[in-house]
Design a protein around this ligand. Structure first.
Ligand code: SF4
Length: 398
């Protein structure tokens, strides 16, 4: 990767929540359910002594099982759920017309906080679809608790994220929509997971690969690419195309949204509808895009924003290696995983089809709204500047 000199990450310390995870695992009254974000699988073994070709997502699952989690699930499942909700939400906004500003993705809490503090009047343009992390928590403590036949409070929902802002996202009071106290109980970063794996002293050459558990461990390639900048947009377009035309597009129809520039634009035509989209990563680029939109210099229908330069694969909770920026190297790993997958569309994920037929009805239904959507205006930003506003850096809580 390209080396960066301004990287402040190594000098900052972040909250360590691994002791809370160990307490939950030891508590016999709790069922520990862990979700692993897409970007984590591209980086989890970088600082562990494992050959690159052996460092598969299935080996990561095996290592997590050794730590003692009861169920190892995949945020890719809820990334697919996010796409179902968000692509339909977008089509509703788009076809209702009369809006001069685009719909913005809202799955990056760094970006949501930036929007709330810097452009409060624009918060209403954020998608109301919750992030995959929060959708996972909401489903784990409703649908999945029902499947297990247990009280929602018996489930301890833990997430492993490439991100420090995700810890704060889980703490937003109004984001909790189940019977349980919290939808997501504990959030640890990739680096914290790495510490826990290291503490197991595993012999990786003897460790046998294991699959994610079912049903919240089934995800598509569209979910995998969420970890790369442009991935949410690409995944959403794959399904939006299907929702509009009733046919699947070639899964690689929308690769023009990929790339390393901090602000990219693409145009597509879906069943005669012209669609103009933009993808930005890094808060400086986000600010430039917002100002250009407000001045009327650019016009888009749908915009994806990630606070960290290069998206979550380069997130503030990922392993740090010699001050090198690995966001794009890791994103390429995610694109390769997507390409190899049998499932490449969120709407074809059988676990997603099942949860809609058994529990949610259809996207944007009343119960989907209760569990899977949120009002970004319902909570106040803390008054003290608790996050780094260095707009060229990874999004970090200090
Ligand atoms: Fe977190 Fe950065 Fe990803 Fe945003 S882009 S969700 S701040 S890792």
């Amino acid at each position: 990767g390209q080396c960066i000199t301004h990287c402040p990450v190594g000098s900052l310390t972040t909250r360590n929540d691994t002791h809370r995870v160990y307490d939950a695992i030891e508590d016999e009254n709790l069922i520990t359910v862990v979700q692993v974000a897409p970007a984590v699988r591209a980086a989890w073994a970088e600082n562990l002594n494992i050959e690159e070709k052996s460092a598969t997502p299935s080996l990561m699952v095996a290592a997590l099982k050794k730590i003692g989690f009861d169920y190892v699930f995949d945020t890719n499942f809820s990334a697919d759920l996010t796409i179902m909700e968000e692509a339909n939400e977008f089509l509703e906004v788009y076809t209702s017309g009369g809006r001069d500003l685009p719909m913005f993705t809202s799955c990056c809490p760094g970006w949501v906080r930036f929007m709330k503090s810097q452009y409060p009047d624009m918060v209403k343009y954020l998608s109301t679809s919750k992030s995959p992390q929060q959708m996972f928590g909401a489903v784990a403590k409703s649908y999945y608790a029902d499947l297990l036949g247990v009280d929602a409070n018996k489930i301890c929902c833990i997430s492993i994220m490439p991100c420090t802002a995700k810890k704060k996202e889980a703490e937003i009071e109004t984001i909790n929509d189940t019977e349980a106290q919290r939808d997501v109980d504990i959030v640890i970063t990739t680096r914290e997971m790495e510490k826990m794996i290291r503490a197991e002293n595993l012999d990786f050459s003897k460790l046998k690969e294991e699959s994610f558990d079912s049903p919240l461990g089934i995800g598509s390639g569209a979910g995998v690419i969420f970890g790369a900048t442009g991935g949410v947009m690409e995944a959403a377009l794959r399904s939006a195309y299907y929702f509009v035309t009733g046919k699947n597009p070639d899964p690689d129809s929308f690769v023009s949204v990929r790339g390393e520039e901090g602000w990219r634009e693409s145009k597509f035509s879906i069943a005669g509808n012209e669609l103009s989209v933009a993808v930005v990563s890094g808060l400086r680029n986000a600010r430039e895009l917002m100002d250009a939109l407000i001045r009327g210099e650019v016009k888009y229908d749908f915009v994806e924003v990630m606070a960290c330069p290069g998206g979550c694969s380069g997130g503030g909770g990922q392993p740090i290696k010699d001050g090198c920026e690995l966001a794009y190297t890791r994103a390429n790993k995610l694109y390769k995983l997507d390409k190899k997958m049998y499932l490449r569309y969120s709407h074809e994920n059988p676990a997603i089809q099942k949860i809609y037929s058994e529990y949610l009805g259809k996207p944007n239904s009343e119960i989907a709204h209760k569990l899977l959507h949120t009002d970004h205006e319902s909570w106040k930003m803390p008054l003290s500047p608790i996050f780094s506003m260095d707009e060229d850096s990874k999004f970090r809580y200090n």
